[in-house]
Design a protein around this ligand. Sequence first.
Ligand code: KIV
Length: 287
Amino acid sequence: MSAIRPTRKLSIANIRAQKGGEPIICLTAYTAMMAEVLDPHVNVLLVGDSVGTVLGGHDTTIPVTVDEMIHHARSVMRASPKSLVVVDVPFGSYEANPEQAFETCSRILKETGADAVKLEGGVTQAPTIEFLIKRGVPVMAHIGLRPQAVRATGGYRIVGKTDEECASLKQDADAVTNAGAFAVVLEGVVESLAVEITTQIAIPTIGIGASPLCDGQILVTEDLLGMFERTPKFVRKFADLRTTISGAVKDYADEVRARTFPSEEETYSGDKPAIPLRFKKAQPLKH
Ligand code: KIV
């Protein structure tokens, strides 16, 4: 019997099994178009709440809603047959208590078909992570620099510069591991501390502004593609799409002004149908 939907090639067990082995490649995606391009190259696609800053123009991830996350996760799911798809749980939709978290996460999993959720927090969120996992919600944790907490922590600060911070982050890493998270994002963490945590916990660490020795790496895709003029120190621009797009759009505008676009090859002459099938006006439904 053939399956209705192709089996997803990567599972949570596959990702866990990469601990200490082949690096786990992760990137963010918010649209089907981007997911389709990334899927063959990555292990994990994160529908990050960074969508709020990257696509939405907000200055933090705080305004992002559950409905927005579901909308983007559905798009990504339609175009990612191979990767494990993880969806961020947005600010204000899980912190009150484990029941609130379960309500939000079960909705995300049911309405998107995604594989897992990611939520920010260590020791404080460990009871919630355990509650979710016992009820069938796979969780990736996110500790260190927590973008949803920037209003409380006073900005985008690197974690691990003092003994106190190091001790506290190690407790966070232990807590989410013991709670049952299948992996943990270490964001904005001093390199030596990221390495120490990676060697000490049993689950994969996914670094962003942490260390190349983490079990995997994640970046915001638009950062690595060079869509932003200013990026944090930990971003490497593997392309300069901002310049490429700007150049292409300038060329388009110039050619429109000069009336050289569309050309003869790009217009329909009388011997071809004037309106291609896909543009044909839909016929009204007969009742
Ligand atoms: O929202 C996001 O994109 C993230 C990562 C970059 C880790 O949380």
